[in-house]
Design a protein around this ligand. Structure first.
Ligand SMILES: Cc1cc2nc3c(=O)[nH]c(=O)nc-3n(C[C@H](O)[C@H](O)[C@H](O)COP(=O)(O)OP(=O)(O)OC[C@H]3O[C@@H](n4cnc5c(N)ncnc54)[C@H](O)[C@@H]3O)c2cc1C
Length: 360
C-alpha cells in the first residue's frame, strides 16, 4: 500500500443541508494510483486548528468517473464539520490512495440478484456499487433498502432516482424513514431485525439473492446480519462495511508507564524500530506511532483497515475486527489499532510493508 498522502485539489458541493460531496482533481500521473473498485474508500487528512485529523470516506463514484466522496456532518464532528463548512473549491486536501476489501468485482456475464442495504451516509459505497452493477452487468438486478431519518436528510436522492428512471426493471429503491410517518409500516422506522424479516416475508425473496452488501453503523449492520443468518442466508453471501461503532471506547494514550515486557519490532518503508510493549497497554498501532512517523491509520476502531499490517513473529490478538477477511487473518494480517501481544508471547515483529488482500 502507498502510505503517502497526496494533496489533491477539491470541488465541494452541498448535497443535503448537512452533507456535501467532495470531488478530487487527480492529476494524470496519479491516475493509476487512484484507480478504485466500487466499495473502496480513501483516507482524508487535514490540519484542523493545528491538529492532524484523518478520517475514512467511501468513494461514491463508479470506477472511471471523477473520484468523489460524500461527507455527512456529525453534530460536534471534527472532520465532517470542517469539510462541510470550511473546505472550499480549489483547496487542497491530503488523500491516501483507495483501499478496502468491501468491493464488488463486476462481471458483465453475470445474471445476479443483489440486495444493498444502507443507512445514512452508508449510501456512499453502495451508490458506487449500484451504479457499477447497473451499468456493467446488464442481466443483474439490484434492490436498495435505504434508511434515513427524514426525506430532507437523504443523500444522493436525485442520483438514485435517475438510476431508477434509467433502469426501472433492474433497480428497485425502497426508502425507510425513521422520523417521518408512513402509511405502510414497512417503510417507517429503522432498518433492524424486524424490518429485514418483514422484507423477507414480502418484497425480497431471500433465497434468490446472490449477494448482500450492507453499510452503515454497527447496530444496523449487526441486526441485518443476524436476521439474514436466522433466515438461513450463508454468511459468505453477506458483505458488510462499518462506518461507525457506537460502542467504541476511548483509546488509552501511550506514555512512559506504558512500556512493557514484550519486545516489539515494527517495520515500515524498509526500516525497523524496536521497543518494549505491555500486552494490557495501548494498541500496537499506538506504540508504533511513538517511534515512527508515517504509520498509516484512520478510524482506530477496527473498521477501516488503513492500519493493516502483517505479523511476522510472535503471537498477537485483536480486540475486534470488522475489516479483515478470514483469509487475511489466516495469512497473519492484523488491524494494528486493535492488536496486542498475547501475554508471554515471543518477541513480536509486525510489518506494514507486506501487502495482501483477498476480498470481502
Ligand atoms: C471505512 C469507512 C468509510 C467511511 N465512509 C464515510 C462516508 O462515505 N461518508 C461519511 O460521512 N462518513 C464516512 N465514514 C465515517 C467517517 O470516517 C467519520 O467517522 C465521520 O465523518 C465522523 O468524523 P468526525 O471527525 O466528523 O467526528 P468525530 O469528531 O470523530 O466524532 C464526533 C462524535 O460523533 C460520533 N460519531 C463519529 N462518527 C459518527 C457517525 N458516522 N455517526 C454518528 N456519530 C458518529 C463520535 O462517537 C463522537 O462522539 C466512514 C468510516 C469508515 C470507517
Amino acid at each position: 500500500m502507498d502510505v503517502a498522502f497526496h494533496p489533491l485539489v477539491v470541488r465541494v458541493r452541498p448535497e443535503t443541508d448537512d452533507s456535501a460531496t467532495i470531488t478530487f482533481d487527480v492529476p494524470e500521473h496519479l491516475r493509476d494510483l487512484f484507480r478504485h473498485e466500487p466499495g473502496q474508500h480513501v483516507v482524508l487528512r487535514a490540519d484542523i486548528d493545528g491538529e492532524d485529523v484523518r478520517r475514512s470516506y467511501s468513494i461514491c463514484s463508479a470506477p472511471g468517473a471523477p473520484l468523489r466522496v460524500g461527507v455527512k456532518r456529525i453534530p460536534g464532528g471534527r472532520f465532517s464539520t470542517w469539510a462541510t463548512t470550511e473546505l472550499r473549491d480549489g483547496d487542497r486536501l491530503d488523500v491516501l490512495p483507495p483501499i478496502g476489501e468491501f468491493v464488488h468485482r463486476t462481471d458483465p456475464t453475470r445474471a445476479a440478484s443483489y440486495v444493498l442495504v444502507a443507512a445514512g451516509s452508508g449510501i456512499t459505497p453502495i451508490l458506487a456499487m449500484a451504479t457499477t452493477i447497473l451499468a456493467t452487468e446488464p442481466e443483474s438486478t439490484c434492490t436498495l433498502v435505504y434508511g434515513n431519518r427524514r426525506v430532507a436528510s437523504i443523500m444522493f436522492l436525485e442520483e438514485l432516482e435517475a438510476l431508477k428512471n434509467r433502469w426501472p426493471d433492474r433497480f428497485r429503491l425502497l426508502h425507510v424513514l425513521s422520523r417521518e410517518p408512513h402509511d405502510i409500516p414497512l417503510f417507517a422506522g429503522r432498518i433492524d431485525l424486524d424490518k429485514v424479516r418483514m422484507l423477507a416475508g414480502g418484497l425480497i425473496d431471500v433465497d434468490r439473492v446472490d449477494s448482500w452488501y450492507l453499510c452503515g453503523p454497527l447496530g444496523m449492520v449487526e441486526d441485518v446480519q443476524a436476521a439474514l443468518a436466522d433466515l438461513g442466508v450463508p454468511a459468505a453471501r453477506v458483505h458488510a462495511e462499518l462506518f461507525y461503532d457506537e460502542r467504541v471506547e476511548s483509546v488509552p494514550e501511550v506514555d512512559e508507564s506504558s512500556a512493557g515486557s514484550v519486545p516489539f519490532t515494527v517495520t515500515i518503508d524498509g526500516r525497523s524500530s524496536t521497543l518494549h510493549v505491555d500486552p494490557d497497554g495501548p494498541s500496537l498501532l499506538d506504540y508504533a506511532r511513538t517511534v515512527r512517523s508515517g504509520v498509516p491509520f484512520a478510524c482506530k476502531g477496527g473498521m477501516c483497515a488503513t492500519c493493516k499490517a502483517k505479523v511476522l513473529c510472535g503471537e498477537v490478538t485483536m480486540a475486534k475486527n470488522y475489516a479483515l477477511t478470514p483469509d487475511e487473518v489466516a495469512d497473519g494480517f492484523v488491524l494494528t489499532c486493535q492488536a496486542h501481544p498475547v501475554a508471554g508471547s515471543d518477541p513480536v515483529t509486525v510489518s506494514f510493508d507486506v501487502h495482501g488482500g483477498i476480498g470481502r
